[in-house]
Design a protein around this ligand. Structure first.
Ligand SMILES: [Zn+2]
Length: 261
């Protein structure tokens, strides 16, 4: 076995409090485009001449809901058209094996939940695409797929208000509950922090890695093109999550079964 893989599997086996941080690279293997966790539909400007950050922003949803929804709908279709891959499944399996293993994700596709990650140990820091809710009366609608086949923006069936997904749009604040949970768990500390397929240098992604390292924890980055954590982690694996995580988790599993016999 690859020595890095073996080293990480041993550390995973030993660690109790584990944090897996995931980004767009993980879902890229499910066919989703990468773009700062929001789907890489446009890596520059929209046909309207707007940066995608302006099109999918909180202010745009208020000013021109139809335009904002044009791009939200593309994200929605991309996410609904894919499914969790073997790396999502491996992470969920690791969480079943390790009762103090948490996932912090920037992804909004819902694939961790679909793969079986326990909701009480899943922090979706950028929110999720479903269920839609009415900005005026807060009525919910679970049928995103159905709504995408109808005229946009989707309107509330009770009050005709504009519906929106519970996702963090550009220029919006992170969800209060998710940030509070993250703060609480970071304060307890983690033995091992692993960053998977994320190249975003958001402080709330980089900080857990730095904190774990400063406290003597073990840190790992899995990314085909590691960037912002170079030199700041114990092991860098230049690989796709899909190629490494299933192996890593099965080795952790096998080790544990062997030791318990
Ligand atoms: Zn309403």
């Amino acid at each position: 076995m690859d020595t890095d893989l073996q080293r990480v599997a041993e550390q995973l086996n030993r660690a109790q409090r584990i944090l897996i941080i995931t980004g767009a690279g993980l879902s890229a293997d499910s066919g989703l485009p990468t773009y700062r966790g929001m789907g890489g539909l446009y890596n520059g400007h929209t046909p309207e001449g707007l940066p995608i950050e302006a099109a999918i922003s909180g202010p745009m949803l208020q000013r021109d809901p139809a335009l904002c929804w044009k791009y939200l709908a593309q994200l929605g279709s991309a996410c609904l058209g894919g499914k969790p891959n073997q790396a999502h499944l491996a992470i969920a399996r690791l969480q079943q094996l390790k009762p103090e293993c948490w996932v912090l994700t920037q992804n909004i596709d819902g694939y961790h939940g679909a793969a079986g990650s326990p909701p009480e140990r899943l922090i979706e820091i950028h929110g999720q695409l479903q269920p839609l809710y009415c900005q005026a009366c807060h009525a919910q609608d679970d049928d995103l797929a159905g709504r995408l086949t109808q005229p946009l923006p989707p309107l509330c069936s009770s009050c005709s208000g504009v519906m929106r997904p519970p996702v963090v749009l550009f220029e919006e604040r992170l969800p209060e509950q998710a940030t509070a949970t993250l703060r609480r768990e970071l304060a307890k500390g983690f033995d091992l922090v692993m960053s998977v397929g994320t190249s975003a240098s958001f402080p709330y992604i980089a900080e857990p890695v730095r904190r774990a390292r400063a406290a003597g924890g073990f840190t790992v980055e899995i990314n085909p093109q590691p960037a912002f954590l170079i030199g700041q982690v114990d092991v860098t694996m230049k690989s796709r999550a899909l190629d490494v995580l299933p192996q890593l988790v099965s080795h952790t599993f096998v080790d544990r079964i062997c030791k318990s016999n």
